[in-house]
Design a protein around this ligand. Structure first.
Ligand SMILES: [Zn+2]
Length: 348
């Protein structure tokens, strides 16, 4: 039950909820701006003829009477909002899906809860200035590569892992009021008339408190905004277990990287609804990951980092290993065959 802060309260917003911060990097990316009344030379559907921006409702010129299928692909243009905890999560978990959706003519909006200031980086990178600023710029580049139309920062602090001092900060996303954060995300979903939202699984994949919060906030925001399709971006636990078995046999890999590490992480195969083939967009996904250079930086002797390892893979191996992305769609019974189309439930 939602109780206070639920759907019945909409559109009355508590005054203390701060305004959604439009991302300044991709200027003109808000749907009210003239440059975005058309998207990839396609007139925006009527559903975006009226949008809420800068505290008021605006009529957007140029809306057609109804959405029209893409002339080449025959598919309907949808709006996908992808909600993430930190810069680089969008590329790692959903990069192929976002690139594919954008390439197929859909509007892709990225919402990022934190600027990733608690991430680790080499001393050289840290000496260049605040890590959060660098990571924002990296995400801007990644979003452009993936074809995102808009990026919105919610402005929370990166909580870091539970033992980190940052986890106790009052502005940490993990400490955020779920209802308040959900109202902010719901506002974006309503402005965008989002058809689909990606969040994370209930355990936040590997348990990062910010990732758990993304699930909680995303579920509630979708309910507030009435978003039709909610997809948990996750991994197939069985595939992860097999990958860890291979990795654990490689020389130099620390103990504890065996398949047992996957226990309780991400999602068991039988609970999945989607296995999305993104191999055609693997180069874009790799470029988006490479944009997060600070997260691939390491000091000598301080061990391997995931992004470093992934970016060093020969391309055919990268394409094989990261050419699939997995989801659990809320309200859809899991089973075989797994779906390839994240918009399948919207198709008429
Ligand atoms: Zn993250």
């Amino acid at each position: 039950m939602e109780g206070r802060g639920g759907f019945e309260d909409w559109p009355v917003r508590p005054r203390r909820v701060p305004a959604v911060v439009p991302y300044q990097g991709l200027t003109g990316a808000l749907p009210s701006d003239r440059a975005h009344t058309s998207y990839r030379n396609r007139t925006l559907p009527d559903k975006r003829a009226r949008i809420f921006h800068r505290g008021a409702w605006w009529n957007v010129a140029g809306g057609s009477s109804s959405p029209e299928p893409d002339a080449q692909t025959g598919t309907m243009p949808y709006t996908l909002v992808s909600f993430h905890a930190h810069p680089d999560d969008e590329a790692l978990l959903t990069g192929g899906t976002l690139a594919r959706a954008a390439a197929e003519g859909h509007r892709v909006v990225l919402v990022v809860a934190t600027t990733g200031g608690a991430g680790s980086a080499s001393r050289e990178v840290l000496a260049r200035g605040p890590l959060a600023h660098q990571r924002q710029a990296e995400l801007e580049r990644s979003a452009q590569l993936l074809g995102c139309a808009r990026v919105v920062w919610l402005g929370y602090q990166d909580s870091g892992m539970p033992a980190a001092p940052s986890a106790a900060a009052p502005a940490a996303f993990a400490a955020a009021d779920v209802g308040e954060a959900a109202l902010r995300l719901a506002e974006i979903l309503r402005v965008e008339r989002a058809d689909a939202l990606t969040i994370y699984d209930p355990v936040g994949g590997y348990g990062h408190p910010d990732h758990v919060r993304v699930h909680q906030v995303g579920v509630r925001a979708a309910r507030l905004a009435g978003t039709a399709v909610v997809l948990e971006a996750t991994l197939d636990r069985g595939v992860l277990r097999r990958a860890l078995r291979i990795v654990s046999r490689l020389p130099g890999v620390p103990a504890g990287f065996g398949p047992a590490r996957a226990a309780g992480m991400y999602t068991p195969r039988e609970a999945l609804t989607h296995r999305v083939d993104v191999r055609r967009h693997a180069r874009t996904k790799r470029a988006a990951l490479a944009a997060h250079a600070s997260q691939a930086s390491v000091d000598a002797g301080s061990g391997l980092r995931l992004l470093t390892v992934l970016l060093r893979l020969p391309y055919p191996v990268f394409r094989w290993a990261l050419g699939t992305e997995w989801y659990v769609e809320h309200g859809r019974a899991p089973g075989q065959p797994l779906l390839d189309d994240i918009f399948a439930s919207l198709a008429r």
